[in-house]
Design a protein around this ligand. Structure first.
Ligand code: PEP
Ligand code: MG
Length: 830
């Protein structure tokens, strides 16, 4: 019997490659035939084929009729309905396209009168190099390709080419990491797609040769996706072309154009660029990319971002043709391109490039070294991972270990539970990468929002409270034991700990301990392997003394603990206001748990989202947790913030937070105390005894850049504008060659005094008409209470009235003496 469902597409970007692959994977698990029909355009799609689904051109809010026929159609319809309701809406995140360049040029640049052209920026950074044209691969026309030598012959040639390409892509997924690996996986999925296969097959049957069949198939998808109303879907065409090119390359290697050698520093222009073409570029020479076409969401742009390559799209060939072979400067921050720029503009950008590099190095250094607060209190910062790639990224960002290795993904994507051996390889790779740092491997947390086809569970009305994680282990004991054996074997390679999710009772913890001990004994391991539990079910909070006797460590699953504590679904926005990990009730539960656990000499970390929250950090430090574990991109910022915090002050702050009424009051409290901690207002790094800035605009930019380099300001262009607003009202040139530009700006992260002695005095429009050679910039945050910044300004202005102070400042030879002098005189003037 046939069953039907209706879907209103909930995804803002429509059904593009990623959600389509989730749908195809899900529907592929049923024997029943599942067909989708888009009411808007009448397109039919086979729900088991990624390409067919993409071809349905299903956009946000399109209505789709779904027909399910054949074996077990009723069960398939039931499960599909749940999938569409619970899983599909989370299959994609909103696009974060960078806005088109709307900023005016910074003043120091504008006064050099450059004449840029603008494009759509992607990524960050500046590229300076010779403008070169990348002549992209031209996809041959079907007629231009060799005629068929007979269907069996062509079929075999195509089979071999597909096999070779699949092998190459598979190797890419293993060799590359992050986005590059994900894109290789997406290309592999296209190559193995049933619809793609059917089109090739049809072309061969129609008498085309293998290469011509590939070209015809690519042309078919080009036409189909080219008609989509969604730019996002149109951009997927280049991926299909890339796969097609890979096949042609293997069918006719002799036709491949020879690789081009680029100059030492090149800015490339291309009409468009396929991901494989980007991967093939010598990135030590290619500094930036200009594209005629190619939207911000294409895989090429995603890759360019991952490689920190600045890109501008929407730059037509006509705009660059006359400047090929000349110098070009690409500023992705401004979305601007400068062709054959004059020497001062080039100098400006050489300094800009040096500044960006200095900041990059500073951030890289910040990722090294110990994770301690300003007063030396240790707090391990670990990474949450699901794969070796993420582990690699985490260690590159300075992770002290893996605080949560989620393993359920291994089960969610498979038709059968992964074998012990494949799991061992998976875990071993991460333990090797950890090189002696601890790795906490969590046993599979299937159920709730993470269903797995290979461990089927009956549909439940309340899955988060249902058959999930350790609750299913006794029924899947062989699967659980196989995973434990794989983890135990990996523990021979480094310090591994086992963690069990969703433990609610002592009996569960004891059961897990017994099974672990049995497997350890069976493997002949004498070394103990620490066993811990996720602290995420509230019942555990009330039996902690007893739990401390059963397990070796705890890691707070704040995502679940928050939802269970407030009885508010973590994925339901309508109860989002109730779900608050900064609520005093939650903080109080946690603070008491840490105290009890430490009293027993046990270890406790936290691995939910709260670990990466800047507001939570001072409170979690104040609680004296042993570790915070978060996703890799959050690590560096967290370490920097930690280094600015004083653990003693944070303990006091926590006590105040516990007395607050709600989460909003806690947030306000943390903000008022400065969530970022305090840095001294004066440091030698902010005092520049000799600089060659040649104008007022250059001096203001130079000082703001310094603030930004030292991470005392988060938006240098915004900060500059705030300073200029004041300069427009009146000049801050106070006479005697001194200027004190100042602002209260939301872009200031720490109050700062920054000084520069200019080698050549510049015109400042000062009250006495004299040029300025001493610039003192005062920066306060817009939220700084009272008139602190004005008090500071007038104190400094009073000092500048004294001739001896001016002389001493001018004569101080180095930053240290400048610092000593300023500290002594400012304190004296207070
Ligand atoms: C948590 O619950 O906080 C947690 C880290 O686990 P998950 O998000 O995987 O449930
Ligand atoms: Mg959890």
């Amino acid at each position: 019997m046939s069953h039907s469902l209706t879907l209103i597409c909930p995804l803002p970007n429509g059904i593009h490659a990623r959600p389509a692959s989730r749908i195809a994977e899900f529907c592929g698990g049923f024997r029943a035939a599942i067909r989708w029909r888009n009411q808007r355009n009448g397109q039919l799609a086979d729900a088991k084929s990624v390409l067919s689904l993409i071809g349905g051109d299903i956009l946000f809010n399109d209505i789709v009729d779904i027909e399910i026929d054949g074996e077990s159609a009723a069960e398939a319809a039931k499960q599909l309905q749940d999938f569409l309701r619970d899983t599909l809406p989370h299959c994609d995140e909103a696009l974060s396209a960078e806005p088109a360049a709307s900023r005016a040029l910074p003043r120091a640049l504008a006064e050099l009168s450059p004449s840029p052209c603008f494009g759509q920026p992607a990524g960050q950074g500046v590229a300076i190099g010779e403008l070169c044209e990348h002549r992209g691969y031209r996809f041959p026309a079907v007629e231009a390709l060799p005629a068929s030598r007979g269907e069996p012959h062509e079929r075999e040639a195509l089979r071999q080419a597909r096999e070779a390409l699949a092998q190459g892509l598979q190797q890419e997924t293993e060799r590359q990491s992050g986005q590059a690996a994900a894109i290789a996986r997406a290309h592999l999925a296209i190559l193995c797609d049933a619809d793609f296969d059917a089109r090739l097959d049809q072309a061969l049957r129609q008498g085309l040769g293998a290469a011509a069949a590939v070209a015809a198939t690519v042309a078919f998808y080009r036409d189909m996706l080219g008609q989509s109303a969604s730019e996002y879907l149109r951009e997927r065409e280049i991926d299909i072309r890339d796969v097609g090119r890979g096949l042609l390359e293997r069918l006719h290697p002799e036709d491949e154009p020879a690789a081009t050698t680029w100059p030492d520093a090149a800015v490339l222009w291309a009409e468009d660029l396929a991901p494989s073409e980007l991967l093939a570029l010598d990135r030590s020479r290619v500094r930036g990319l200009l594209l005629g076409r190619g939207g911000l969401t294409s895989h090429t742009i995603i890759l360019a971002r991952a490689f920190s390559l600045p890109v501008l799209t929407g730059v037509p060939r006509a705009a660059v043709a006359a400047s090929l072979g000349r110098t070009a400067v690409l500023d992705a921050g401004l979305g601007a391109l400068f062709l054959a720029p004059a020497a001062p503009v080039l100098d400006y950008y050489r300094e800009e490039a040096a500044l960006l590099e200095a900041r990059r190095l500073r951030e890289a250094r910040a990722s090294q070294g110990e994770s301690r607060s300003a007063d030396g209190c240790r707090l391990e910062l670990a990474v949450n991972i699901a794969s070796a790639e993420e582990a690699q990224l985490g260690f590159a960002h300075g992770a002290d270990g893996v605080g949560l290795f989620r393993t359920e993904m291994l089960y969610m994507e498979a038709d059968a539970p992964p074998s012990e051996e494949s799991q061992f390889q998976h875990y071993a790779e991460v333990v090797r990468l950890a090189a002696g740092r601890p790795v906490i491997i969590r046993t599979f947390d299937i159920g709730g929002d993470k269903p797995a086809r290979c461990l089927p569970a009956p549909a439940e009305s309340n899955p988060f409270l249902g058959y999930r994680a350790i609750r299913i282990y006794p029924d899947q004991e062989a699967v659980f034991r196989a995973q434990l054996r794989a983890i135990l074997r990996a523990s021979a390679l480094g310090p591994v700990k086992v963690m069990i999710p969703m433990v609610a009772t002592l009996a569960e913890a004891r059961w897990a301990r017994r099974v672990l001990d049995e497997e350890r004994a069976a493997l002949g391991l004498t070394r103990p392997v620490p066993l811990g539990i996720m602290l995420e079910v509230p019942s555990v909070l009330f039996q902690l003394d007893a739990f401390c006797r059963e397990v070796d460590f705890f890691s707070v699953g704040s995502n679940d603990l928050t939802q269970y504590l407030f009885a508010a679904d973590r994925d339901n926005e309508r109860v989002g206001a109730l779900y608050d990990s900064l609520h005093p009730a939650f903080l109080s539960a946690l603070a008491q748990a840490v105290q009890t656990i430490h009293r027993h000499g046990r270890w406790i970390g936290l691995c939910g989202e709260a670990a990466a929250s800047p507001h939570a950090l001072p409170l979690l430090l104040g609680m004296e947790l042993d570790e915070l574990s978060m996703s890799a991109p959050s690590l560096q910022a967290c370490r920097r913030r930690l280094r600015e915090l004083d653990a003693g002050e944070c303990r006091a702050l926590l006590q105040q937070a516990l007395g607050c009424e709600d989460g909003a009051a806690v947030r306000a409290l943390v903000e008022a105390r400065g969530a970022r901690g305090k840095l001294p207002m004066l440091t030698t790094e902010c005092l520049l005894p000799s600089v060659a800035w040649r104008s007022k605009a250059a001096a203001i930019k130079g000082l703001v850049d310094r603030l930004w380099l030292l991470e005392r300001c988060d938006d240098r262009y915004g900060m500059e504008e705030d300073l200029w607003l004041r300069e427009q009202a009146y000049s801050t040139g106070l006479g005697h060659g001194f200027a004190i530009p100042h602002a209260k700006s939301k872009h200031v992260l720490h109050p700062t005094l920054c000084l520069a002695k200019l080698e050549q005095p510049v015109d400042w429009g000062a009250s006495d008409g004299q040029p300025v050679d001493m610039v003192l910039l005062i920066a306060f945050n817009a939220s700084d209470a009272g008139a602190e910044h004005l008090k500071f300004f007038s104190r400094l202005a009073r000092l500048v009235m004294h001739e001896d102070f001016r002389r001493q400042l001018r004569e101080a030879p180095d930053p240290q003496q400048l610092l000593t002098l300023l500290q002594a005189r400012l304190e004296g003037a207070a």
